[in-house]
Design a protein around this ligand. Structure first.
Ligand code: B9P
Length: 127
């Protein structure tokens, strides 16, 4: 069947790595995110994630999570769905919004970036 529980280790098309802890009975999870890219002028550090996935159906569930970047005053929210192919290979198709801190309300208009990322499991991490 096309069940997908997000716990485990994932890598996206940018080379960023994400480790998601156990998913509880409400579908909530936490984890750690190490981005491979950044536009901040600070060194990249591991950052916490918190989110939730649907577990009512577990068939190719939708999910969302927030990354609170520890190395800069910025936040990213990811939203997406887990797809499972006929071989059982899971892929997370996501879109994200990155909000960086604006100096003033006048600069609010260009403080949010948008993009997409695809995540796949790093081998041997299906536990
Ligand atoms: O795995 C993934 N990694 C990337 C995508 C979506 S999240 C993103 C990493 C974001 C790290 C923070 C950052 O880049 C960042 C932080 C602070 C900034 C301050 C000021 C900025 C001004 C212009 C452009 C920026 C671009 C990224 C920025 C910041 C700025 N997927």
């Amino acid at each position: 069947e096309k069940k997908c529980i997000l716990s485990g280790v994932w890598q996206n098309d940018l080379g960023s790595n994400m480790t998601i802890s156990a998913v509880n009975e409400a579908g909530q999870f936490s984890g750690l995110y190490l981005t491979a890219v950044s536009g901040a002028e600070k060194p990249i550090l591991v950052s916490p994630i918190n989110g939730s996935q649907h577990i009512d159906s577990l068939e190719q569930p939708t999910f969302g999570f927030t990354v609170q970047w520890t190395f800069s005053d910025s936040t990213t929210v990811f939203v997406g769905q887990c797809f499972v192919d006929k071989h059982g290979k899971e892929t997370l198709q996501t879109m994200w919004l990155l909000r960086v801190k604006a100096r003033s309300a006048e600069n609010n208009w260009n403080a949010t970036m948008v993009g997409t990322n695809i995540f796949t499991r790093i081998k041997g991490q299906n536990l």
